[in-house]
Design a protein around this ligand. Structure first.
Ligand code: FE
Ligand code: FE
Ligand code: ZN
Length: 275
């Protein structure tokens, strides 16, 4: 049985999220470590985290996939803002230690005209700093659609970050909408894209997936998520993904435009695909 889940609101704490996830037959989930568009983090509650950790273990959950704030741009041009983003990353990893053994995924960043190489250097420096304390968390770089000056739209860019940091606690989260928008044809040739991922990055680094359909056609570099089966990827693409021998054991997180009932429907759809 696969690990399927969706984004949940962290507002009522970790244990409440585990309960909500279980109520929609999810056995993993994602949450923002702080306000997704701001930078304010919640008050820490160790008792809640301990309760949640016990519930996850008892409930047969797979690894969770926390998500860094969208506003955290490790390679923005302003040095002060860049420094602040690096501090947010380091603090997020420290906070993840309350729920040991899970994933923390984030968008590598946008170089805003400074160039891909300069951007990658900043991202590498921030990651090296944040990973220096040995917190029990694996950090995931998200595959991006290549919108604007986003870094991570090409597998080679993610590989350059992985090589620059040189940590075993760093992996990749594959977002189906993003890679398809980015020009990797997972609809027509999933095996070919996975072979390319393996050749460039190495499949041992692939730790989790975001399952999203796309509102836009192949290679559009747009990044607009659609509900499963309603976009350009289509239902069959997801049937192939959930059953793929190289993917089926990874946590798969929905980031589709849904409220809880819609997520519940999509999780049951994904479970119905499993053969
Ligand atoms: Fe994301
Ligand atoms: Fe995503
Ligand atoms: Zn996206």
């Amino acid at each position: 049985m696969g690990y399927f889940g969706c984004h949940l609101s962290a507002g009522k704490g970790y244990a409440a999220m585990v309960e909500t996830a279980a109520s929609i037959d999810a056995n993993t989930f994602a949450f923002f470590t702080r306000n997704p568009r701001g930078s304010r983090a919640k008050q820490e509650d160790p008792a809640d985290a301990a309760r949640a950790a016990a519930m996850l273990k008892g409930g047969g959950f797979g690894p969770l996939v926390a998500h860094g704030a969208y506003t955290m741009n490790l390679c923005t041009a302003d040095p002060e803002a860049r420094n602040f983003a690096a501090q947010v990353l380091a603090d997020d990893l420290r906070r993840m230690a309350a729920l040991p053994g899970n994933f923390y995924n984030f968008h590598p960043g946008s170089h805003v005209g400074q160039g891909v190489e300069a951007g990658i250097d900043y991202i590498v420096a921030a990651l090296k700093n944040a990973l220096a304390p040995d917190y029990p968390v694996t950090v995931l770089l998200e595959t991006m659609a290549g919108k604007g000056s986003e870094i991570g739209g090409r597998f080679e860019e993610l590989k350059a970050i992985l090589d620059g940091v040189g940590s075993e606690r760093l992996g990749v989260c594959l977002d189906t909408c993003h890679v398809y928008d980015g020009g990797y044809d997972i609809v027509g040739d999933l095996d070919g894209v996975l072979a390319e991922f393996d050749r460039v990055i190495g499949l041992s680094r692939l730790k989790a997936l975001h399952l999203n359909d796309s509102k836009n056609p192949f290679a559009s570099h747009k990044d607009r998520h659609e509900c499963l089966g309603k976009g350009s990827l289509g239902e069959d693409a997801f049937r192939g993904i959930v059953n793929h021998p190289l993917l089926r054991d990874k946590p798969m997180i929905l980031e589709t435009p849904n409220e809880l009932p819609g997520y519940a429907r999509e999780i049951s759809l994904l479970r119905s695909f499993e053969s």
